[in-house]
Design a protein around this ligand. Sequence first.
Ligand code: FAD
Length: 432
Amino acid sequence: MMPTAELDTPTMTRKLIVVGAGPVGCLAAMSFAKMGWSVEIYEARPDMRLPSSRAAAQQRSINLAISSRGIAAMQAIDPAAASRFLDNVIPMRGRMIHNSNGNLDSQPYDRDGQCINSIDRALLNQGLLDEALALRSVRAFFHHKVVSIDFDGRVISVLDANAGEQVEKRFDLCIGADGSYSVVRRQLMRVVRMDFGQEYIPDDYIELKIPPGRDDHDKPTFLLDPNHLHIWPRHSFMLIALPNRDKSFTCTLFAPTTEFEKLLHADQILSWFRTQFPDALEFIGTDGLLNSFQRNPRNPLVSIKVCTLILTSYFIVFFPGPQAKPYHYKDRAIILGDAAHAMVPFYGQGLNCGLEDVRVLTALLHEAGVDPATVRDPDVFDRRLSEALCRYSESRHEDLVAINDLAMDNYAEMRHSVTTPGHKLKRMVDSV
Ligand code: FAD
């Protein structure tokens, strides 16, 4: 009879380090934990679930559009969690165009009623983090900023802001889900043949708010139809609004920096809004508008693209060459989400696509039999892992380039083309 110890030992514990507790990092942590990995997440910011850190965590849009692409990814990793998120979305069945003459034009996204969904970004991110941390093999470390990585030595250096010291952590696999300015990507570029270019688009964005109205019973109510994504297209700039569950709308003004530079004083801002968006101004309110302009950051928009060298008017990263393995290094590391392909938000697909990265990678790992519970030979495991990562890079690349291009094209569509005839039905539901 075999001694118990021998029966117990063969399974390996494989350690994954995820850099970044954004939505993509959290979903990746969930997926790998469910595949039997031991997972540690390192996040530079404080824990976003603490009330004191909510404002700091909220650096981008308050809400975002989640589409079937993102939902399918969450369903593939954890169907129960996905349905919990779906309980909290507001379906947007089409675009509502607010023309300059005050007319409204509803443009359904789909003939069969498919829609995109507005969800609170913080709720989604915190929810995914909670789901990940509910798994026994996942731990998260906040205030821990990854500063460098030795992929061959499988060691990551992390600045622990709580203790004020730099610590080293070992890993078998490292996932860089650390966003547009990814340190994992930068470190990968030292060991992988990657070329890199970047460009900002000429537009900035700022967030404004349409507060809830009050009905006859003094209950909060939506001031605009909540089942539309509202767009005020003005050709070279635009305002959009997505509904929130508290019956407010989050508006985002996208405009060239040259336009923003004309909006320095209260009277300039008000007069510009009265001319361009008189109906929106009525809902936002003059105080609300001026407060938002004063308090909310005006942010730039960057696009990160993994492609051969085509410099356009946006921020590009490209990893060319037939031999290049752009998104990963051996069996050691891979970049997912914005770290690999940040895109301008006009197609509403940046996050959806990042979540899809996790689904695609998970499927490839299953296909290749990368299973810590059943593969007992470490060399076989590493070889299979390396092959799966390689397949990811090869198979994912074209889709990521395509969606990045579509995101850029859709800006012209949203701010201009929607005002022209022939846009009654949006061609594809999986976009804004
Ligand atoms: P992030 O959300 O950027 O998370 C990265 C995490 O890594 C952060 O928490 C960061 O603190 C952490 N980090 C960074 N560096 C380090 C380090 N060195 N060490 C440790 N941690 C680190 N997408 C959609 O799909 N639909 C939309 O409607 C949509 N709307 C958008 C609107 C706007 C205005 C913008 C700007 C973007 C929008 N996006 C949308 C895109 C979406 O926000 C991103 O694609 C998504 O947040 C990417 O998720 P991520 O997890 O890859 O990266």
